[in-house]
Design a protein around this ligand. Structure first.
Ligand code: ADP
Ligand code: GN1
Ligand code: MG
Length: 358
């Protein structure tokens, strides 16, 4: 069976609501209008997300909770959060005979995503969007959520994984990347800046998104406002610093994540200001002193973490992140490390920006 035919087959597994009603005033033909909402079909990566039941249960509980909040605030829940389309037998995903796992969402219309071309206004709205998402989830019961990927942002464990990859040297690449390995190990001291303060309780456990790339939020095409946070696979207990830092990793970079000309890759402190302004407008009053203090370093931490994850994957032979060219993961790691250097140099200026915005 060809792939397309197979997808039609999969479509039939979902309870796709459609409205049919008599239409017009004709005397001859039977005329009906048929409304079918646009949908989005996704194949879940089960190498990465090993337990689709727990994953989809998280997404269902979180989106139902958000839906109630959005309605109470007079918003449109079909645009402001994801809606899962159930299968014909009432499940929130479908597993085919080859063990592929599919889910379906309503397509949120008239939106755009921001990738590399972004304005400060976009970043301000992205900050508001992610801040508002966090704010709406502030009274969500953290304990009901499953950890869809264990220790996802436990950076010290990511350092351990890097050390193991260096020692194993599975792809025989370690000797070509001594400079990058040295950078990663020299900067490993920042790895515990958040987890250590979570252990003391100064940084509270919250419900967090954990993958706040700037392309994981939909913007209204007309108003430019961020309206819907998507890609909820990693919503689980965490620190808001993960979300804040990770959004700036891409959001405040002047270059693409895999740009190889590192003179084009700089951390833009005005982009930081724009995002932080939006974020703090939504959530500032709820944050603890430790969270506020760590906002600037969180950008370095999450960028460092992503950099060492790319480097680890390169050393392991590119088994986790999709690559589109040779050395793609290495290029990404170098790019992230350049940003880490920039952020650490700017740390005092970033602290001053946070102080101004409070
Ligand atoms: P990935 O985990 O591969 O990043 P995403 O869930 O972020 O997958 O989806 C990929 C892209 O699909 C998004 O960047 C966005 O452009 C689009 N998208 C995802 N969900 C929706 C939706 N419900 N409505 C409209 N577009 C969506
Ligand atoms: C992955 O799926 P996507 O592209 O939104 C990764 C993130 C990384 C990011 C780097 C589940 O995100 O953690 O920060 O790539 N997601 C997962 O671009 O590992
Ligand atoms: Mg995404």
């Amino acid at each position: 069976m060809n792939k397309e035919a197979n997808l039609y087959n999969i479509m039939e597994q979902f309870a796709i609501g459609s409205k049919i009603a008599p239409y017009g005033t004709g005397h001859i033909n039977g005329t009906y209008s048929v409304e079918v909402p646009r949908l989005l079909l996704q194949r879940i990566n089960t190498d990465v997300f090993k337990n689709p039941d727990e994953l989809m249960e998280n997404i269902e509980t979180v989106t139902e909770f958000l839906r109630k909040k959005i309605i109470a605030a007079g918003g449109d829940p079909e645009r402001e959060t994801l809606r899962i389309i159930k299968t014909v037998d009432g499940r929130n995903y479908y597993r085919d005979e080859e063990d592929n796992v599919y889910r379906m969402y309503r397509f949120v219309e008239d939106t755009k995503i921001i990738v590399n071309e972004k304005t400060y206004d976009d970043l301000y709205h992205a900050g508001k969007g992610f801040g508002h998402f966090q704010q709406m989830l502030s009274d969500f019961p953290v304990d009901v959520l499953h950890e869809t990927i264990q220790d996802f942002h436990h950076t010290p464990k990511r350092v351990e994984a890097l050390k193991a990859a260096i020692a194993e040297n599975k792809a025989g690449r370690a000797s070509g990347v001594e400079t990058e390995i040295a950078f990663a190990l020299e900067h490993a001291k920042i790895a515990d800046v958040v987890v250590s303060r979570m252990e003391t309780g100064e940084v509270p456990v919250r419900v967090t998104h954990n993958d706040t790339k700037i392309d994981n939020i939909l913007f209204d095409r007309e108003t430019g406002e961020a309206i819907c946070v998507i890609d909820l696979d990693t919503v689980m207990p965490g620190s808001m610093l993960y979300d804040f830092g990770d959004a700036l990793r891409m959001g405040a970079s002047t270059g693409a994540e895999d740009e190889v000309d590192l003179s084009k890759v700089c951390f833009d402190k005005e982009a930081f200001r724009a995002f932080a302004k939006g974020y703090l407008e939504e959530l500032g009053a709820d944050l603890t002193e430790a969270e506020i203090e760590l906002l600037p370093i969180s950008a370095a931490l999450l960028t460092y973490e992503c950099g060492i994850r790319f480097l680890t994957d390169y050393l392991n032979g590119d088994t986790y992140f999709k690559i589109h060219r040779e050395n793609h993961n290495l290029d990404r790691a170098r790019n992230q490390f350049k940003l880490v250097t920039d952020i650490l140099e700017l740390e005092e200026e970033l602290k001053a920006i946070v102080a101004e915005l409070r």
